[in-house]
Design a protein around this ligand. Structure first.
Ligand SMILES: *Cc1c(COP(=O)(O)O)cnc(C)c1O
Length: 408
């Protein structure tokens, strides 16, 4: 696998109107036309380079869209006001009432709630399967199935989808493979591997500064135009539009994504290996013990590593909560949901980001209550972070002194 994504991203440069090194921000909701005829043509979707109204498109949003398309290697990309805005638009664009989605059962809690609780109002129903079991996925496909939906690396269990194999299956049935690549930008070239539509919550790694929510859909030009169609485009009509000021700030943050992802991955690999050696139950796609390790290796860009997310099972929710509070007071990170920040963020998914998933289903998919999800930060001195985290675990009896002796 090459590094086309970053090369293409860095090849793009737009100058501001006064020669600024960053493009000017389009600070307008509406745009003037020199002729009435051009306005009509733009409504019909026939005019390149003309802006109509910023819910449809704006220069700043288009710049960010181009950068995301370069990153994912797709023809085009549209940006949204949030990751959920992107997901809802894709699903409602493709599915009509009576249709079905075949979805991975381990997905972001909000996506799960959308599929399980909200879409049935429109008679769009979802079957949740183990995405790593291709037979199970194939057996769930019916005549009314309109897409296979999964996350490249899933939230929070870090299951790794075999995108090439799923893409073959999707092609066999003539349906699109939709992949949420929020956990693994740059590491997993989802579109190159065969995903038809790649979704990102830009809120996470791509923006990386935990200061806004935003989303993106990377796909063919035809699909991106459909989403924007003034008559029946879900992106245009559901109104989940990103503000131009935010699009501009996200574009600037994207310039350093490749450096950040490498560091997140390096730090996560370090902590995961150390904690596993200490005898903790660690889930990290970079560990040989991870069931998705082989699949990940065949589809990843090595330079960006196995990503910044790992989970540790500390046995019970009480222990998890006490440990997280202690780590926060030791300034090792924040007890907060979300991911991709410079600081480590930790949360117990069972009672937070995946609480939408009923308890029995959480159990069935292996989401135990002692599970802590770490979005590992950009710590310069990760050895010291490890020592301090280990100290907290020792004090709480999560690590015994025996296991520490045998590991050192
Ligand atoms: C956060 C997240 C989303 C939702 O994105 P928002 O920007 O919060 O709307 C979707 N998928 C995954 C994997 C996420 O982590």
């Amino acid at each position: 696998m090459n590094h086309k994504g970053v090369d293409k991203l860095h090849d793009l440069h737009y100058f501001g109107e006064f020669g600024g090194v960053n493009p000017s921000i389009s600070d307008s909701s509406t745009y003037t036309f020199l002729s009435a005829k051009t306005m009509f043509d733009t409504f019909e979707g026939n005019t390149e380079g003309c802006y109509l109204y910023s819910r449809h498109s704006s220069p700043s949003n288009l710049y960010l869209g181009e950068a995301l398309a370069a990153l994912e290697g797709t023809e085009a990309a549209n940006v949204f006001a949030s990751g959920m805005g992107a997901i809802a638009s894709v699903v409602l664009q493709i599915c009509d009432s009576g249709d079905q989605i075949v979805s991975s059962r381990t997905i972001y809690g909000g996506t799960y709630a959308l599929f399980k609780n909200f879409l049935p109002k429109f008679d769009i129903n979802s079957v949740f399967t183990d995405i790593t079991n291709l037979k199970a996925v194939e057996n769930s496909i019916r005549a009314n199935t309109k897409m296979i939906y999964c996350e490249a690396v899933s939230n929070p269990l870090l299951e790794v989808a075999d995108i090439a194999a799923l893409s073959e299956l999707a092609k066999k049935y003539g349906i699109p493979l939709v992949v949420d690549n929020t956990f693994s930008p740059l590491s997993i070239p989802a579109a190159e591997l065969g995903a038809d539509i790649v979704i990102h919550s830009l809120t996470k790694f791509i923006n990386g500064s935990s200061d806004c929510v935003a989303g993106a859909v990377c796909a063919s030009t035809a699909f991106c135009l459909r989403l924007k169609d003034v008559n029946d485009g879900a992106g245009m009509l559901l109104g989940s539009t990103l503000d131009s000021l935010r699009a501009a700030s996200i574009l600037k943050n994207m310039r350093t994504l490749h450096i950040r992802i490498k560091k997140h991955s390096e730090n996560a690999m370090y902590l995961a290996s150390k904690f596993e050696a200490d005898g903790l139950k660690v889930v990290y796609p970079g560990l040989a013990s991870h069931p998705g390790n082989k699949t990940m290796k065949t589809q990843m860009h090595k330079a960006y590593g196995f990503g910044g997310l790992m989970t540790v099972d500390v046995g019970s929710l009480e222990k998890a909560n006490t440990l997280m509070e202690m780590m926060q007071s030791e300034n090792l990170g924040y007890l907060a949901v979300s991911l991709g920040f410079y600081k480590t963020l930790f949360s117990a998914p069972g009672t937070s980001t995946s609480s939408e998933i009923p308890l029995e289903e959480q159990k069935a998919m292996g989401l135990s209550d002692g599970l802590i999800r770490f979005s590992v930060g950009l710590d310069q001195n990760i050895e010291q972070t490890y020592q301090k985290m280990k100290g907290c675990m020792q004090r709480l009896g999560i690590l015994t002194s025996d296991s520490i002796l045998s590991a050192s």
